[in-house]
Every structure is written in C-alpha cells, then in structure tokens.
Design a binder for this molecule. Sequence first.
Ligand code: SAM
Length: 282
Amino acid sequence: MMDLTSPAVVRELIGRYGFSFTKSLGQNFITSRSALERMLDAAALDAETGVLEIGPGIGTLTRELSMRAERVAAVEIDRALLPLLSETLADCGNVQVYHADALALDLPAFCRDALPCRKLAVCANLPYYITTPAVTMLLESGLFSQITLLLQREAVERLCALPGEDSYCAVSAIVRLFAKPQLLFRVPADCFIPRPKVASAVLSLSPLDRGLSSEQKDRTLAVLRAAFAQRRKTLLNTLSAAELCDREQALSAIRACGFRDDVRGEALRAEDFILLAAALSE
Ligand code: SAM
C-alpha cells in the first residue's frame, strides 16, 4: 500500500484526482510518520475501541486507526475527498466514511449506530476553525474514554490554560470541567502539506467523572459561560446581567463559596464553577 506520509505520494494522489486544497476547511495533511505514531500511542486504542475521526482528509491517520481499533467512523465534510478515500481505504474493512459536517452530528445517535463498541475514543487532526465547538461538543457528550487531538499549538495552550494565565478563557474552564488536558508534544509546521503558518501540538484529553447529573452539568456550564461573557466585569455583575439570578442571590452564592465580592470569572477554576452553580441553586 502507498505510504500516505510521503509528500511525493500525497502530491501524486491529489494530482491524479485533481484535488485542490480548501484553506477555509483547515486542510493540512500530516506527512510525519513519527508524529503520527506518537499520537497513536497516546490514543491508547485496542481491539474493543470504536474511534471517531473528524476530517480524515486523504486517510493517512484513518489507515493507522483502522489497524489499532475495532472500528473507525471517519466524518469528512469535503465531498471532493470521498473518491480519494475510497482508494486509500479500500483495504480497511472496519472503516466507514461519512460525508457530513462533524459539528452537525447528533453524537449519541451517531455513535450508537456507527460505533457499536465497548469503548469509544476520538483521534483526529482537527481543522483549526472548529477547535472550540468540536472540543466542547466531544467533552459535553460524555461518550469518550480518551480524546487525542492534533491542533494548532496556540489552541492547545489555550485549552490547557489555568486561571491567572493570559490565554485562560471559557473553553479552558470547560475542558477542566470534563477532563484532564495535557500537551503531549509539538509538531512543526513542515510536517504538513500544505505547510500551515503556525506550529501544531498533540493534546490528550482524559475525561474525568465528576459525578455530576446532567442538570448539574448544564447549570455549571450556564454559570461558567455567563461568567466569561464579559470577562473584565466582576462575577457579581456578569451573573446578574445574565439573568441567571438576581444580584442578591449572586452575592450570597459568591460569599457562600468563600470568594471575594469583587471576584472575576476569569479567576475561577472549573471546580469553583461547580461550587458556584450549586450555591446558586440553593
Ligand atoms: N486527517 C487528515 C490528516 O491528518 O492528514 C486531514 C486533517 S485536515 C487538518 C482536516 C480535515 O477536516 C480536512 O480533510 C477537512 O476537509 C475536514 N473538515 C473540515 N471541516 C470539517 C467539518 N466541519 N466536519 C468534518 N470534516 C471537516
């Protein structure tokens, strides 16, 4: 079988199909075998795991996933890649390619039908423009036992950020609400065709079970999002403005959690948002 990490092979393949890259779809295909193998090792797959891959591109990662997992469901938005994938994945009997926008999937229903496996994981070289909604959707679903993603390095740093760091934002707190994030290793820009402007990195998200009911989860997310909606304002002002509670309730919840009256949302950790949401619902 052709080596899809070889730039010459990639160029021959896309030339033969007349494929042209669509920048707005974040199409940068991986051409580093060592990065791919390190990423696959981190994904901790086995013969009982069903893997969701968002954006298979020409199938480079998909082929490797096929060898290590029970099944692979690869969701690709670009119709122009489907004939290439038919060729590159022709001998991968446990892979199914779906032509869809991954962000529009009903994930529980999709995984139930496409990946009837004991364990579920995600492994993907994500298009950069869907990073935040995709990570949020994958984590909120609670379906996956491991999520391993190749992303822009800056995005990985944002997703791993803690309070007090410049890049700490709503999605950093959401990530820690649901998982333990870890930047595993960096991947230089010259490991892709075409070469992106910035470096990338592999992120591991190991989901945590915080024992929250779906109601507690929704309430915590609503409070967290309200707190970051106007991050320069005090929590007291943002919560009252978001109409989640009145000013008096907000103040008493803030005090019940032991925070200063003038605390800002950006100073709180995921655990603090869980406490605050519980205090607000009392
Ligand atoms: N997995 C391949 C690799 O590692 O070489 C390609 C990765 S490339 C960074 C991202 C892929 O995601 C492209 O094939 C692109 O067409 C696809 N894509 C972009 N937006 C998508 C979406 N909303 N849903 C599904 N696939 C998407």
